[in-house]
Write a protein that binds this ligand. Sequence first.
Ligand code: PHE
Length: 450
Amino acid sequence: MTDQRSLHNQWSSRLAFILAASGSAIGLGNIWKFPYLAGENGGGAFVLVYLLCVAAVGVPIMIAETMLGRRGRQNPINTMLSLAQEAKANPAWHYTGWLGVISGFLILSYYSVIAGWSMLYIFKMNSGLMHHISPESASRIFEELKYSPEIQFIWHTIFMAATMFIVSRGVSGGLERATRFMMPGLFVMLILLDGYALSSEGFSQGISFLFKPDFSRINGESVLVAMGQAFFSLGLGMGAIMIYGSYLPDHVSISKSTIFVASADTLVALLAGVAIFPIVFANHLEPTMGPGLIFQTLPIAFGQMPGGSTFGALFFLLVFLAAITSAIALIEPAVAWLSENRAMPRETACLWSGVACWLSGLGTVFSFNVWSDVTWFGKNFFELVDFLTANIMLPVGGILVAFFAGWIMRRENSEEELEMGSAYAYWRFAVRYVSPFAVALVLLSAIDVI
Ligand code: PHE
């Protein structure tokens, strides 16, 4: 184990970890996905269930996953193997790591396509095309993109190449540098958009849509989606935060850093929702329009602001940066595994995983156009990959992580790693009794949604 440990890089400081973990958490999930899921699932009730999932299930699992990573100090597969050995448990636990590597890979395949959309929007906004744009034209521009496999192909390729380039530069060279400026910038832009929303006539309707729960909208499926989104947005259950934890120096408090990251992540999602729904209602758009939601609403808001073309371009640039800092976390477990276990140079590992991921992303590109009629269980390729990963694989990964940390790992070990004082007992209760069973219950009760 000592050999492996010395192979493995470390973050230069606590701040570097917080920035990188926030970079992994804050991404398209907050700005693109959270608003459209809230829109499709009835608003307030969904938001409430989501917040509950983050607090009661997400945070304890996030602490657990980071802790397992730091104790194992290797890629998720080897970490789970060596922790299982330490606890004298079944080595099959290392399949948890595998599940994570595969989920991250699958998520990145479609993530890159959507991130490609936001890259294109940087240029579309900057061209002045969206100046005083009508809702109809905003929708038309988006539909043109959706129905064009060629354009999506190009941007998907550029995004994947950029991601793999950064990942090939390694932990402190690539990952840390990329995350340093994005967060504060994104925050400022969201506040600006919220200011615009505040003055729009749809504000009160937007706010009550988002925060006034209509409990009749809650059902097995919407709870499953909310929980899946909590996992997705916090970046849990797939080894990303585990591998980021594995680069964490020993003296840093896991619980404090993690709670900070989870709060920032949730705040950004809410700020995005507050920015978007007033625009939806002021322009008589449908909250249920799905993955195109931000691309059809935000240009309208920017189009009406003085200097909107520049702000709009800047906003999509930040969305792109937020996406790329999550993308590097999604593929890092696969790359670390290839380079640590297959003795591949990091660059070669990046190349292979990038090419494979890019290829499967083409399925998503085509699912919006030429393959839109090809469905399984009523879902097209993109919807199926999204459903399988966010709503099944990440929660299952989360259950395994919580179960391992709560029931398999020796108490002294987790207590020593976490140094949480009296709060340790609450965490332990949550990962033993609350998280695994709550997640399992939701998964089981929603099985009939497939
Ligand atoms: N949390 C990221 C987002 O919200 C996506 C992600 C999922 C990143 C899983 C890492 C692991 O966009």
